[in-house]
Design a protein around this ligand. Structure first.
Ligand SMILES: Nc1ncnc2c1ncn2[C@@H]1O[C@H](COP(=O)(O)OP(=O)(O)O)[C@@H](O)[C@H]1O
Ligand SMILES: [Mg+2]
Length: 420
C-alpha cells in the first residue's frame, strides 16, 4: 500500500535524524571526557615531576639525585621517572614505565605507543637551587592503561545507551508515524470513495442523454437539418464522458481493493486480438503496425484489465505517431517474466516529462482538444493495472525518435494453467 511506504519513509528519516543527533552528542561527550582525563594525567605527572626535580642538585658540575627520594615508594606501578643532564644523557631511571628513548624537548605532553601500551610523558627542566641555572631535565611517564580502560567503559555505556534510545524511539516512532499518517489516509480513502461514487452516479444521467439523443436521431426527418448535427455532437460528447467516468471509476476502484486477479489469461491470444482490432486504424493512418508475439504465454490476471492496459499503450502509439511511421508490439517470455513492449517511431517524450506521463490528467500538449487522443488518464490506468498484477511499466523515449513502453508481468507455467 502507498501509505505503508510513506509511513516507513517517515519512520526511517525520523530515526536517521535521531541517530545522527545521538551520535554527535556521544562523540562530543567522549571527546570532552578523554580530554579532561589526559589533562588530569598531565597535571599529576607535572606535580610528580616538580617534586622529583627538587630532589636533584648540582655537584662538581654534575647533576646528582638525592638518594632518599629514590627510596621512597613514591612512584605508582605504571609510572616512570628519568633524570637527564643538560646534554640529554640519562643519569637515573626509576619505576616500571621508563621510556627507552632519547630525550626530545617538548613543551606539550608526549604520547607514544610502545607495543600494546600507550604511554604519556611530560618533560620538565630542573633548576639548580643556588644560582637558578638549568642543571638537567626530568621526564615523567605513565602508561595510559587506566585512561584507556575508563574510556572503553565510557564507550560501552554510550554505545548501549544509543542502542536503547534507538529501540525506544523506534517503537514510539512507529506509533507516532501511524498517528500522523492516519488522517491523511482516511481523507484519501474518502476522496477515492467520492470519485468512485460520483462517477458511478454519473452513469445513469449519461445513459439517459445518450439514449434520448439516439432516439431523436432515429427520425431525422422530423428535425431541422442543423439540429441533426447538434444531436450528433451530443451523442459523441456523451460517449466521451461515459468513457471518462469509467476511467475514473476504474482508477478509484483499482486502488482501493485491487480486485485480486485470479483467472489465467492467454496473453498471446489477447495481444493478437487487440492487434487485429487496431489494424484498420493503423491502415487508415498509414502506420505500419507490426508484431512479434511469442506463443502460449500465460499469466494470472484479469482479461478485461489486461486488454485495457495494452489497448491504452497501442492507442497512444498510434495516436502520437505520424503517418508513415511504425508501431511494433513484441512479447516474449524471459525466464518467468513476460515482457511486452510497444515501440513507436512517434513524437517522443521530452526527458523532463518522462515521470509525468503516468500522472492522472497529464498531457504533454495542454492545448490539444480534450477529445483528441484521450483525457490524460490512459497511462495512469495502464500503470495501475500493471501494478495490480504485481508487474511494472517502464518507458524509454527520445524526442523525434520515438517511444518504447515496456510492461513486465510475472508469468505462470502452462501446466499450472491446465491443472487449474
Ligand atoms: N507513445 C507516445 N508517444 C509520445 N507521447 C506519448 C505517448 N504516449 C503517451 N504520450 C504522452 O503522454 C500523455 C499521457 O498519455 P495518456 O495518459 O494516454 O493520455 P492521453 O493519451 O489521453 O493524452 C499524452 O498526452 C502524451 O503527451
Ligand atoms: Mg492515451
Amino acid at each position: 500500500m502507498m501509505f505503508t511506504k510513506i509511513r516507513w519513509r517517515l519512520l526511517l528519516s525520523y530515526l536517521a535524524v535521531f541517530t545522527s543527533i545521538l551520535v554527535i552528542f556521544a562523540a562530543g561527550v567522549r571527546l570532552l571526557f578523554a580530554r579532561s582525563l589526559t589533562q588530569q594525567l598531565t597535571d599529576r605527572l607535572t606535580t610528580l615531576g616538580q617534586g622529583a626535580a627538587t630532589n636533584a642538585d648540582f655537584e662538581n658540575g654534575r647533576i646528582k639525585v638525592e638518594s632518599d627520594f629514590i627510596a621512597r615508594p613514591f612512584i605508582h606501578k605504571n609510572q616512570g621517572l628519568q633524570w637527564f643532564d643538560v646534554n640529554g644523557n640519562s643519569v637515573l631511571k626509576q619505576g616500571n614505565f621508563v621510556l627507552n628513548l632519547p630525550l626530545s624537548m617538548s613543551q606539550d605532553p608526549i604520547k607514544i605507543e610502545i607495543g600494546k601500551s600507550r604511554i604519556q610523558a611530560v618533560i620538565l627542566p630542573i633548576m639548580g637551587s643556588e644560582q637558578r641555572q638549568l642543571i638537567g631535565y626530568i621526564r615523567v611517564s605513565q602508561s595510559l592503561e587506566e585512561v584507556d580502560e575508563t574510556l572503553t567503559k565510557l564507550d560501552w555505556i554510550l554505545g548501549s545507551s544509543i542502542i536503547i534510545a534507538l529501540i525506544l524511539s523506534g517503537f514510539s516512532g512507529v506509533i507516532l508515524t501511524r498517528q500522523a499518517v492516519q488522517p491523511i489516509e482516511e481523507s484519501f480513502q474518502r476522496l477515492k470513495q467520492f470519485t468512485a461514487d460520483a462517477s458511478h452516479e454519473l452513469r445513469n444521467p449519461l445513459m439517459a442523454i445518450k439514449s434520448n439523443a439516439a432516439v431523436a436521431l432515429k427520425y431525422p426527418e422530423n428535425m431541422r437539418e442543423s439540429d441533426v448535427e447538434k444531436f450528433q455532437a451530443i451523442v459523441s460528447a456523451a460517449n466521451q464522458m461515459t468513457r471518462l467516468t469509467e476511467d475514473l471509476l476504474l482508477l478509484a476502484r483499482g486502488e482501493t481493493n485491487g480486485d485480486r486477479p485470479e483467472a489465467s489469461v492467454n496473453l498471446s491470444a489477447t495481444l493478437s486480438n487487440l492487434l487485429s482490432l487496431y489494424q484498420p486504424e493503423a491502415h487508415a493512418k498509414k502506420i505500419d503496425l507490426k508484431s512479434e508475439i511469442g506463443e502460449d504465454m500465460y499469466l494470472l490476471g484479469n482479461v478485461g484489465q489486461l486488454t485495457r492496459l495494452f489497448a491504452n499503450l497501442i492507442e497512444n502509439a498510434l495516436h502520437y505517431t505520424l503517418s508513415g511511421g511504425t508501431v511494433e508490439v513484441t512479447a516474449n517470455l524471459v525466464r518467468c517474466y513476460l515482457t511486452v513492449s510497444v515501440r513507436d517511431t512517434g513524437t517522443g517524450i521530452a526527458p523532463e516529462h518522462l515521470k509525468l506521463v503516468f500522472e492522472r490528467f497529464w498531457r504533454a500538449d495542454e492545448s490539444r482538444s480534450y477529445w483528441e487522443g484521450g483525457s490524460g488518464l490512459g497511462l495512469a490506468i495502464a500503470k495501475n493495472i500493471a501494478q495490480n498484477h504485481g508487474g511494472s511499466i517502464t518507458l524509454n523515449s527520445q524526442v523525434g525518435v520515438g517511444s518504447c513502453f515496456t510492461v513486465r508481468l510475472l508469468s505462470v507455467k502452462v501446466s499450472d494453467n491446465l491443472q487449474g
